[in-house]
Design a protein around this ligand. Structure first.
Ligand SMILES: [Fe+2]
Ligand SMILES: [Fe+2]
Length: 273
């Protein structure tokens, strides 16, 4: 993207499973299809679509195949990174254009004018929590060193605890090394985007603003004292719209597939178009 502004669609944690199967009483493929229908209708002018990991739930080959089929309908580039539920090899197999670095980690940088979107692979094979090994941190350091201008970072695992103990135990395990890596470049990091939490969380961490969206499927209960709630929340799926302009960023979110009817704002009756 050569222009200094961009509109990106963002959703996270679609956790696809083979067609016809249900998980947590949810059909993840129906959720993905509904999301893609909406973004194609509502945002045909987008410059790209970002999915911040947990692309599949159990990592089956047929789930990646479905994802590739469905995403091929979009008219703009799709930027994918893996989460803890993913299989990096199958991801690369079904998305052969996805850039990888030495070690087959899915990390890449996309210019937007003078700014750069930097996508990081925090998958630590076999673990729920994430990690950025030395090879991935070295690549990140090199990208930050070789570029100038604002940086927007995208990753699956949050590098901080957010006060939801059920999820905080599986954050980025070596967040201290990540912090040390980005410290010299912190002033240029305009925003940090991550998934994994299956909840809305926005804030500022070490001077860096961040956003996390709910997933396309089951959500994490709002339980700040209970580290094993034993249920998933039925809150609706969400997609986001990221608007970038130089170092400025706006993040909108849109919940869809919920049962609440539209109410006419003047009559307070059911809205009839
Ligand atoms: Fe997830
Ligand atoms: Fe995750």
């Amino acid at each position: 993207m050569t222009a200094s502004s961009a509109k990106l669609i963002w959703f996270t944690d679609p956790q696809l499973i083979p067609a016809g199967r249900i998980n947590y009483d949810i059909d993840p493929l129906a959720r993905l299809d509904a999301c893609l229908d909406r973004i194609e209708q509502e945002h045909p002018d987008a410059d790209g679509c970002v999915i911040t990991g947990d692309l599949t739930h159990w990592g089956e080959e047929s789930a990646y195949q479905l994802l590739a089929e469905r995403l091929s309908s979009l008219d703009y580039p799709v930027y994918l990174i893996p989460g803890n539920h993913d299989d990096r090899g199958l991801l690369a197999q079904y998305f052969p254009d996805l850039p990888v670095i030495a070690g087959d980690y899915v990390q890449f940088s996309v210019p937007v004018g003078d700014a750069h979107l930097i996508f990081l692979d925090t998958l630590d094979d076999g673990k729920r929590g994430g990690r950025l090994c030395q090879a991935r941190l070295n690549w990140l350091q090199q990208q930050m060193e070789l570029t100038s201008g604002p940086l927007f970072l995208f990753m699956h695992h949050p590098p901080l605890a957010v006060g939801i103990p059920n999820m905080d135990k599986d954050a980025l395990a070596n967040a201290d090394e990540f912090v040390a890596c980005i410290e010299p470049y912190k002033e240029r990091i305009a925003h940090l985007f991550f998934g994994h939490l299956h909840r809305h969380v926005n804030g500022c961490w070490n001077g860096i603003s961040f956003s996390c969206l709910p997933s396309l499927v089951h959500q994490t209960p709002m339980e700040m004292e209970n580290d094993k709630p034993g249920y998933v929340s039925p809150e609706p799926p969400v997609y986001g719209v990221i608007q970038l302009q130089g170092k400025n960023v706006l993040v909108h979110s849109h919940a869809f597939m919920h049962d609440a009817p539209r109410i006419n704002s003047r009559t307070c009756q059911r809205y009839q178009p």
